[in-house]
Write a protein that binds this ligand. Sequence first.
Ligand SMILES: NC(=O)c1ccc[n+]([C@@H]2O[C@H](COP(=O)([O-])OP(=O)(O)OC[C@H]3O[C@@H](n4cnc5c(N)ncnc54)[C@H](O)[C@@H]3O)[C@@H](O)[C@H]2O)c1
Length: 250
Amino acid sequence: MSRLADRIALITGAASGIGLATARRFAAEGATVLLADRDADRLAAAHAALGEDRHQAIRLDVTDEAGWIAVADRIATDFGRLDILVNNAGFGTFRSIADTSLDQWRSILAVNLDSVFLATKYMLPPLAASGRGAIVNMSSIRGIVAGPNTGSYCAAKGAVRMFTKATALECAALGNGVRANSIHPGHIATPLSAPAYADPEVARHLLADVPMGRIGEADEIADAILFLASDESRYMTGGELVVDGGTTAQ
Ligand SMILES: NC(=O)c1ccc[n+]([C@@H]2O[C@H](COP(=O)([O-])OP(=O)(O)OC[C@H]3O[C@@H](n4cnc5c(N)ncnc54)[C@H](O)[C@@H]3O)[C@@H](O)[C@H]2O)c1
């Protein structure tokens, strides 16, 4: 259990769901985890649950540029480098394009996409200082195949996928040792998805979409993120890892 020994890892959206599962997994593998989230109460609980002094909780709205600059300063002071960045914070809504206001569109794009740009811009210097930096960007199967009533979310997650590839090529050209890959979960049980699964009709519809016949678990995505963050994926950059029980294979 030391695949991330001596690594400093920043995870956004770490107070819940996939981000929290990833924080637990990274901590168990020896990483020092910087948990970032905008939800102060759940962040404090998540930090306490890790139960070791080396981890840090960082209150951050991932859409706030000044917040990212402050995080960069803190990392420079405390560590002088960052080894792993997991851009996980995000959310989606089920809404037709006709019913989506411009503010709602911008909000989905800001949290899912602008955040990844800001994080990459301000975390690249400490990631380069690591010499073995790894970025894992949270996309979705909705970044590869579309669904109805998810237009803003599909647009954001598709853009995350392409921005990840552009980041990978830029870093390879710079020779800074930073790899960037995207991850594409299918239907995963988390607080984000719980309201949808609570509707039996929606749950039946989603399950019919999964050849393996079950909804995935946050730990199953955390395991895949661990692979992309660790040296086991050292020849992988600009790639995309689909973890969806076979949904997009159909
Ligand atoms: N659950 C799924 O089925 C599924 C499938 C594919 C992709 N995803 C993606 O996985 C990621 C995590 O989703 P989850 O299901 O674990 O959700 P979740 O709601 O359980 O957790 C998301 C976390 O992000 C935080 N967050 C939201 N907006 C933020 C902001 N502006 N600044 C800082 N923190 C913010 C929330 O406070 C929360 O702690 C999201 O990007 C989501 O789009 C989820």
